[in-house]
Ligand binder design. Structure first.
Ligand SMILES: N[C@@H](CCC(=O)N[C@@H](CS)C(=O)NCC(=O)O)C(=O)O
Length: 209
């Protein structure tokens, strides 16, 4: 399998499947796509019908959406347990991933992922509402499903991969979270795969247009 990803400093959508696959030990070839290269759009259209990344290529199959990739991999590698095993926890996990996938527009637009930099946060009511909702989700998951694990559903799941870009945004924009949610952020940041992604982001030179 190949996973085509955007710039590691900026591509929050690419981080999700990449992190899930790395943590689960699913083998793949990484194909880097520079979103800011002059011919980037034409290049993307050759492998992505939506002209967006990430794209998972598995033989003849191209899957061009991070949530669809997550579902495909969970079906193809059930032993990786990328969704929680319990049906209630799994439904909840899918709900929060879908909510993250479809919402949080103020967080996305005001605080785009930028791992290399630190920026002051420009707080707005809409951004505060998105942050409050993220914290409510994390608190709720930890109260109901974490058990003795470090992650939102105990062991690492797609939910943590979907919230990993939020964790990096909180660091970039100096958004502090109340204890014990800081421990959750630290657990995500300490993942060896996350460390690898962030080191690669530091080494990139392309700058967002
Ligand atoms: N719903 C898509 C969104 C992917 C997306 O927006 N990717 C950005 C990079 S992070 C992209 O390809 N942008 C290029 C463009 O919008 O032209 C997913 O979940 O994979």
């Amino acid at each position: 399998m190949q996973l085509v990803i955007g710039n590691k400093n900026y591509s929050s959508w690419s981080l999700r499947p990449w992190l899930g696959m790395k943590v689960a030990g699913i083998k793949f070839d990484e194909v880097a796509h520079d979103l800011y290269a002059p011919n980037a759009l034409a290049e993307r259209l050759q492998f992505s019908p939506s002209a967006k990344v990430p794209v998972l290529i598995d033989g003849d199959i191209h899957i061009w959406d991070s949530l669809a990739i997550a579902e495909y991999l969970a079906e193809r590698y059930p032993a990786a347990k990328l969704w929680p095993q319990d049906i209630v926890a799994r439904a909840y996990a899918r709900s929060v991933c879908a909510e993250m996938h479809a919402g949080f527009s103020a967080l996305r637009s005001t605080c785009p992922m930028d791992i290399r930099q630190k920026h002051p946060v420009v707080m707005t009511p809409a951004l505060q509402a998105d942050i409050d909702r993220v914290l409510a989700i994390w608190h709720d998951c930890r109260s109901r499903f974490t058990g003795h694990g470090e992650f939102l559903f105990g062991h690492f799941s797609w939910v943590d991969a979907f919230f990993a870009p939020v964790v990096t945004r909180f660091v970039t924009y100096g958004i502090t979270v109340p204890a014990p949610l800081d421990l959750y952020m630290n657990a995500v940041l300490a993942l060896p795969a996350m460390q690898e992604w962030m080191a690669d982001a530091q080494a990139e030179s392309s700058v967002a247009a």
